[in-house]
Design a protein around this ligand. Structure first.
Ligand code: MN
Length: 232
């Protein structure tokens, strides 16, 4: 068997402490409005059930630890916004996974940015159209190195934060998640069969705002990692 053209490389993310092996990515799931104050800043109560959207796997923009990645300002938008998120990496697949079993399916965690063409997303919402054009464009999913779950120390007090040009824009704790990581996996695995290589961007705290070329973004989840990115 051969292909009519060379298949693209499998998107992948570095694993902290594993210079020999990368995490091959299959799908990128994202949770919408998973922090109360962010849901409120988007005009909702924060009490809705969780909902999901996807980004293509090749929207990933992996950035190594200690590096400053480069993201190109995307086309069509005048309102590119940042959303810092805890990313869950699935290591063991399954469907209808119960919340109490969910953490055994987690390979590790990382820091991600759900970059959003907010003006296009807003127009899609207004028209009742899909969000793809606002959410699923090239380089829309920057991500730092993954850290194996056993090496992460995360709990309700863990800080999630985004600084732009040294000024804090978003700051919250993982305890503010409306739907916890096990609950997200439970809901998600009812709708889709999860598989090794799936990433879940778990939602963003309040403070989303626009960035412009030249901005330096520094995203972090304490005990998990850090991601630095220059927008050009
Ligand atoms: Mn998001």
């Amino acid at each position: 068997m051969s292909y009519v053209f060379m298949p693209p490389a499998v998107p992948s993310v570095a694993v902290h402490g594993r210079a020999d092996a990368r995490f091959a990515v299959r799908r990128i799931y994202c949770v919408g409005r998973n922090y109360v104050q962010h849901a409120q800043e988007m005009g909702f109560s924060g009490r809705e059930p969780p909902f999901f959207f996807l980004k293509p796997a090749d929207a990933l923009l992996p950035v190594g630890e200690g590096e400053v990645g480069t993201m190109h300002y995307p086309s069509l938008t005048h309102d590119l916004q940042h959303e810092v998120e805890l990313v869950v990496a699935i290591g063991a697949g399954g469907r209808e996974i119960a919340a109490r079993d969910a953490l055994s399916h987690v390979f590790g965690y990382g820091v991600g940015l759900d970059m959003t063409r907010r003006d296009l997303q807003g127009e899609a919402k207004k028209q009742g159209r899909p969000w793809c054009i606002g959410k699923g464009f090239e380089e829309s999913a920057p991500i730092g190195e993954l850290r194996p779950a056993a090496d992460c120390r995360i709990d309700a007090d863990t800080e999630i934060r985004l600084d732009v040009n040294g000024r804090t824009r978003q700051r919250g704790t993982l305890g503010e998640l409306i739907w916890s990581v096990p609950e997200v996996i439970e809901h998600l695995s009812r709708a889709w069969t999860l598989a090794p290589g799936d990433l879940i961007y778990t939602g963003t705290p309040a403070g989303v705002a626009a960035v412009v070329p030249g901005d330096l973004l520094a995203a972090s989840v304490a005990g998990v990692g850090r991601l630095e990115l220059r927008l050009v």
